[in-house]
Design a protein around this ligand. Structure first.
Ligand code: KG4
Ligand code: ZN
Length: 334
């Protein structure tokens, strides 16, 4: 049995989890800073770091207490060491280093994107390798071929804004609260996705890449011309904008699956919490015989430490160890 405690502080959630055998979360604690950042309309890096400093040890204590495992029952400490906000990452990295040293346990540095890619292993029915992994979050929109733990190949990514950014910036234009994806998702449920035609968020040529900045500009023009609508018209606008984002994501993912002959697609990252994306991906999969889509429960899609523990467990089993010189790598590419 392998038990790993993981810490995640790459953005605006302070999280800690204890996971057994890379499959079962014994505890999974997430302390969100959404209320702190909301009044600024987005994540303020300095505020994020300061709040991680305040929260990190209480969150670790709570994760340990809820897991029923003491430090002596752990095999390693894993931590997100990149990519993310450098000051935020450093808080988790320093905490993990101190705990690993104090408890005499090995330390493992984990890539945040790998965490998202393997979050589905905490679901009741996990995927099997190989699979196509679509990581869609506030900072990333990347399509990977996942051949095994630690074995990933980047197939395509966004040229400009991430899908989550498209949601967040779009919501800001419409005067909706942060995080915008949640607000648009909720309003869109009442709207008509075919009400307004938005351009396709597709890049010519490099055909597994994404681009969302044109879509954002189209929304800006629409708002400049017609103003921000209210009531049912706002719901229509949200539904149409959301549909354009979802269409691009689903189209690219299935294009890649067909071309590279993958029959499993795993969605991950905060935007995978989007109800329309979940429904559209499932519906599209149903059109292809033998194609299955794995979408983890919402709490595993958004940032959490359990997914970091999954990746950390397999890195540990492969013999990977970080030293006391482990540093935050804000631009770590997977
Ligand atoms: O993975 P995540 O929690 O943090 C990052 O690593 O970025 O993703 C956060 C992003 C935000 O842009 C947020 O608006 C988006 O995920 N998001 C959603 C939904 N819930 C969160 N986007 C669309 N629909 C949702 N229901
Ligand atoms: Zn994330």
């Amino acid at each position: 049995m392998t038990r790993v405690l993981a810490i995640e502080t790459s953005c605006d959630e302070t999280a800690c989890a204890v996971v057994e055998d890379g499959r079962r979360a014994l505890s999974d604690v997430v302390s969100t800073q959404i209320d702190i950042h909301r009044r600024w309309g987005g994540v303020v890096p300095e505020l994020a770091s300061r709040n991680h400093v305040v929260q990190v040890m209480p969150v670790v204590d709570e994760a340990l207490a809820r897991s029923g495992v003491g430090p002596e029952g752990l095999d390693a400490v894993a931590v997100t060491s990149g990519p993310g906000l450098v000051g935020a990452l450093l808080v988790g990295v320093q905490a993990a280093k101190a705990l690993a040293l104090a408890w005499g346990k090995p330390l493992v540095g984990v890539n945040h994107l790998e965490g998202h890619l393997v979050a589905a292993f905490l679901a009741e029915v996990p995927p099997a390798f190989p699979y196509l992994g679509l990581v869609v979050s506030g900072g990333h929109t990347s399509l990977y071929a996942a051949h095994g733990f630690g074995d990933y190949r980047l197939l395509g990514q966004t040229r400009d804004d991430a899908a989550g950014e498209a949601f967040d910036k779009g919501a800001k234009l419409l005067g909706l609260p942060y995080p915008g994806g949640v607000a648009i998702d909720r309003l869109a449920k009442e709207g008509d996705p075919a009400a307004i035609r938005f351009p396709k968020a597709i890049v010519k040529g490099a055909d597994l890449d994404f681009s969302f900045s044109g879509l954002k500009t189209a929304l800006l023009h629409h708002v400049k011309k017609h103003g921000v609508p209210e009531g049912p018209a706002l719901a229509d606008l949200c539904a149409s904008y959301q549909e354009a984002i979802v269409r691009a994501l689903v189209e690219k993912a299935f294009r890649a699956a067909r071309r590279l002959q993958f029959d499993r697609l795993v969605l991950a990252g905060g935007v995978a919490a989007n109800s329309r994306l979940r429904a559209a991906a499932a519906a599209r999969a149903a059109e292809y015989e033998g194609m299955s889509v794995f979408i983890p429960p919402v709490r595993l899609c958004t940032d959490n430490a359990a997914m970091i523990a999954v990746a950390g467990t397999h890195a540990l089993l492969r013999g990977e160890r970080a030293g006391p010189d482990l540093n935050a790598d804000p631009a770590w590419r997977l």
